[in-house]
Design a protein around this ligand. Structure first.
Ligand code: GDP
Length: 298
């Protein structure tokens, strides 16, 4: 299936090696734990999270007797560690448009992911519009407007340099007047000036709420999985600047660093909502922990 094949590159290091460990399994000993540790570090789980996981592996490892349960054991430790049941559902507005703010640094894949979300929600039969609220990066407005045209959804845009909040106000009003279910707002990805970013994001939040009570329902931070642990530091800066509600991990098709999912969970305490598996609008999958774990262990 596409989900698994998209993850195939990350599976080669993490999954195949986990399997090799399973094949040679002869009990939980220091050697095995060390191999698990190296494996985690190489797939960019990060030292902090890797250590916690290895402790868990050691603690629970006493019940392991054969190869089959070795795999189950790995999956169950990772599953319990992630604990998907503790995640809130995505908040959808029952009484009007749901506004989703997209944030993240330039190059992470924010605009492409916005296009993917347009496609995703259209497929679900929702009416979708997009706000080109990245008025800072040259070309950003055209880029999202082109996607909107191709995917046949309205794009509310301003001019480069315009206050992004005023674009958002227009977009929210448009969404209300035209029975739009999902409004995706592509915002600017500036991190260099954190005070500005904070001010800009809080203003965007404020104007959305004023137009549509409860909006934005979701604020999704787009992270490039290939940046591994650097992505985590970026994320922390955004978390300080605004109320991020979920993570979208892009470029999972081109990385051996899939373990970053575990680090995100451990260090940012946020749900991973979607994975990006390519450059096309269809290359987006809702994050499914079971599929992900099977992908990395099979
Ligand atoms: P933005 O600056 O954050 O809006 O980033 P863009 O959406 O322009 O994406 C930057 C580059 O990453 C583009 O070349 C995209 O095609 C590419 N990209 C985005 N998401 C993915 C993904 O999931 N997989 C791959 N392979 N490339 C991606």
């Amino acid at each position: 299936d596409k989900y698994l094949s998209g993850l195939s590159r990350s599976k080669k290091t993490f999954g195949d090696r986990l399997r090799a460990l399973s094949n040679n399994f002869h009990g939980i000993d220091d050697e095995l734990l060390e191999e698990i540790m190296i494996l985690m570090l190489e797939s960019d789980v990060g030292i902090h999270t890797a250590q916690k996981l290895v402790d868990q592996f050691e603690k629970e490892g006493k019940n392991i007797k054969n190869y089959d349960s070795m795999e189950d054991y790995l999956i169950s430790i990772l599953y319990d560690f992630y604990d998907p049941e503790s995640d809130p559902q995505i908040r959808y507005n029952e009484d009007g448009p749901t506004v989703i703010l997209m944030v993240g640094v330039n190059g992470a894949g924010k605009t492409t992911t916005s296009a993917k979300l347009i496609e995703y929600y259209k497929e679900q039969g929702k009416s979708v519009a997009v706000a080109a609220a990245d008025t800072f990066r040259a070309g950003a407005i055209d880029q999202i407007a082109t996607w909107a045209q191709r995917l046949d959804v309205p794009c509310i845009k301003g001019k480069q340099g315009q206050d992004p909040s005023s674009v958002l106000v227009d977009a929210c009003r448009y969404a209300k007047e035209n029975d739009i279910d999902i409004l995706i707002a592509d915002t600017a990805g500036r991190l260099q000036n954190k005070t500005n970013l904070m001010k800009e994001l809080s203003k965007m939040n404020r104007v959305c709420e004023k137009e549509i009570p409860g909006a934005p329902q979701e604020v999704w931070l787009v992270l490039d999985a290939t940046t591994g642990q650097n992505g985590i530091s970026q994320a922390k800066e955004f978390l300080e600047a605004t109320n991020v509600t979920g993570i979208i991990l892009t470029k999972m098709d081109g990385t051996a660093k899939g373990g970053v999912v575990m680090a995100i969970r451990d260090l940012l305490h946020l749900p991973v909502r979607f994975l990006g598996l390519g450059e096309k609008p269809a290359d987006l999958r809702p994050f499914d922990l079971n599929a992900y774990l099977i992908g990395i262990t099979k």
